[in-house]
Design a protein around this ligand. Structure first.
Ligand code: UDX
Length: 430
């Protein structure tokens, strides 16, 4: 099938590449000239395991084209995917101006019947909005349909999630249109749910809000565990065995960051309020999440007798492991609080330091965990990169000023690490 993908961010690049890998001809369009030039040289704009290799092989086989020419992409495609960014405004409302821009661009080049698919996360009703914009701006009297096909991929495992999704949701105006999308996804042999456009749009927000709720729930339980002496890891295991609850997304820690959960929970809350609904449950989910960084730093301040003049080694900066994405990363909040209290920061992350430098240019960046730990009064585990679990702890202890670890992601076994001679504090574990 001939496909056009508009917006080559995380979702667009991964989706386009995987469609090409499945044998389709894909034109990826972005108005960022520099990004397109880099992609044409084989340089990835993001770090995502397995992506570079998959882009390279499909690019070499000419199934994957990167261009800034929107009309070339639109004219050649049967299906056009809109994957542009939908950032959050200050009041939580989703800014759909990039969607509008893409829809106008599509309208200008529409030369025959096409299916336009919204893959970006967009508030309910955006499908209608795209229809209106294309109708108003199209230059030829041709028909088209608008479909919602939300994306559920996670950063760090985006290729795997796209090739092996748990479900594919298609919100289409008619069965015939849905069938065209089914055909595209058929080779994946995964459960597919066909709904109306509004429901598909809502499924994405409801999914992310529910997962965010699980995280905030376990984080609140963690606080209570800290006061009562219970162990949140055991509690999460104990409740997770109940299949009605499930054991995933129950890791207590710093709460959710990244480009989706913070933005999507605020957007759903905005939609609820717009339609006159009190969604206090979701409000609490957001409030609990907003308090996680200060909760963690409070613990450090209390145990260290203040942070002023103390050297803290920060291990992990990205919002989660296996990505260089710093959007809404908890490390930023934590480091900013520490800096405001005159702590000295030495940070290390396996891949996110270049992006972190753009946001926090004034802290010291180190080339390894050991360098970040050198002469530190404490280290803080902020992102649970696998390599932090495999550190030579004797070496870490030797280089530190004081062997103190604050583990915001509960990656170490408290008993074992204390036996090694560390003063050790973690989340919700007594
Ligand atoms: C999320 C959704 O999982 C995905 O389906 C959607 O398409 C986009 O948003 P992503 O943001 O890439 O994906 O990461 P995810 O693995 O879901 O983690 C989100 C945040 O929650 C991270 O900051 C992570 O550290 C945090 N988290 C996750 C927890 O604090 N505890 C958990 O148990 C799980």
């Amino acid at each position: 099938m001939n496909i056009c993908v508009i917006g080559i961010g995380y979702v667009g690049l991964v989706t386009g590449t995987v469609f090409a890998d499945l044998g389709n001809d894909v034109i990826c369009v972005d108005n960022d000239k520099e990004k397109i030039e880099l992609l044409n040289k084989g340089i990835m704009p993001i770090y995502e395991p397995g992506l570079k290799e998959m882009v390279q092989s499909n690019f070499e086989d000419h199934r994957l084209i990167f261009t800034t020419d929107l009309s070339e992409g639109v004219r050649s495609a049967e299906i056009i995917f809109i994957c542009v960014g939908t950032p959050s405004r200050d009041d939580g409302e989703t800014d759909i101006s990039y969607i509008e821009e893409a829809a106008k661009g599509i309208a200008k080049s529409l030369n025959e019947y096409k299916i336009i698919v919204n893959k970006s996360t967009v508030p309910v009703g955006t499908g209608d909005f795209v229809r209106e914009i294309v109708d108003k701006n199209k230059e030829k009297d041709v028909d088209f349909d608008v479909v919602s096909n939300p994306e559920f991929l996670r950063e760090g495992s985006a290729i795997q999630d796209t090739l092996d999704p748990e479900r594919i949701v298609i919100g289409a105006p008619t069965k015939e249109v849905a069938m065209k999308l089914l055909e595209l996804y058929a080779t994946l042999e995964k459960p597919m749910l066909i709904t109306d456009v509004y429901s598909a749009e809502m499924i994405k927000y409801a999914s992310n809000a529910f997962l965010a709720m699980k995280i905030s729930f376990i984080n609140k339980i963690a606080n209570i565990c800290e006061s009562t002496g219970a162990n949140v890891s055991d509690v999460a295991k104990g409740i997770g065995y109940d299949s009605r609850i499930g054991n995933s997304f129950l890791n207590a820690g710093l709460g959710f960051g990244g480009s989706c959960f913070p933005k999507d929970t605020r957007s759903l809350l905005h939609t609820a309020e717009k339609f006159g609904h009190d969604f206090n449950l979701l409000k609490s989910v957001i409030d609990i999440n907003d308090s996680r960084s200060s909760h963690f730093v409070n613990m450090m301040r209390k145990k260290m007798g203040g942070l002023k003049g103390k050297t803290i080694g920060i291990l992990g900066l990205s919002f989660k492991p296996n990505t260089d994405d710093m959007r809404d990363a908890k490390s930023i909040e934590i480091i900013n609080i520490m800096l405001s209290e005159d702590a000295i920061i030495k940070a290390y992350d396996p891949v996110a330091m270049e992006n972190a430098k753009k946001i926090m240019p004034h802290i010291e960046y180190c080339e390894s965990s050991y360098k970040a730990a050198q002469k530190a009064d404490a280290i803080a585990i902020v992102t649970e990169w696998r390599e932090f679990k495999l550190l030579n702890m004797e070496r870490i202890k030797m280089v530190m000023n004081r062997p103190v670890i604050f583990d915001a992601r509960n990656i170490y076994d408290p008993e074992k690490i204390r036996k090694m001679g560390f003063e050790y504090y973690s989340i919700g574990r007594g």
